[in-house]
Design a protein around this ligand. Structure first.
Ligand code: 5GP
Length: 144
């Protein structure tokens, strides 16, 4: 599958890492960047991406970068859970357009689940209000 998708250094997540594109940041260290999804499926939907790996999906990331990434996912998910107190947290990761992947820089979704509230559409609909995203991001950032 990865042989069909070449890593594009100008994908939108690579631009965010370089600071060429804005995002509502939740957390950043040497290895990962976490930010709010602009089309959130629920309140607090956060994306976690590796900063150094030039990988499109799970199949082409080297294991050292993957270890850093999954540790980062756990760290950010704990903060999301602590800050927002959802009833559950879904961790999702898509590989290939047919699976639903729309941005080809590997990433994990952290999607809080609130009982009785259906999830929004994946990667679509109206973009979220940036001031609301910023407020949610600062609540999560305060929970590390
Ligand atoms: P994928 O479909 O590749 O698993 O996930 C890509 C995610 O990136 C989607 O959930 C989509 O809503 C999100 N996304 C797409 N464009 C932007 C953007 O410009 N900014 C942010 N913050 N998220 C985006």
């Amino acid at each position: 599958m990865t042989d069909k998708v070449k890593y594009d250094p100008d994908n939108i997540f690579a631009k965010m890492i370089r600071g060429d594109m804005s995002c509502v940041k939740v957390y950043e260290d040497d290895t990962i960047l976490a930010f709010m999804d602009i089309f959130p499926q629920s309140e607090g939907h956060t994306l976690v991406i590796p900063k150094k790996a030039k990988a499109t999906m799970l199949f082409d990331i080297d294991t050292d970068h993957l270890k850093d990434l999954i540790e980062g996912v756990q760290k950010v998910a704990r903060a999301v859970d602590k800050a927002l107190k959802p009833d559950g947290v879904r961790i999702a990761q898509f590989n290939g357009a047919e699976s639903g992947q729309t941005v080809f820089h590997i990433h994990f979704h952290i999607i809080p689940i609130y009982a009785g509230q259906p999830l929004g559409r994946h990667a679509g609909g109206a973009p979220a209000d940036v001031s609301r995203l910023t407020e949610t991001a600062s609540r999560i950032a305060g929970a590390f």
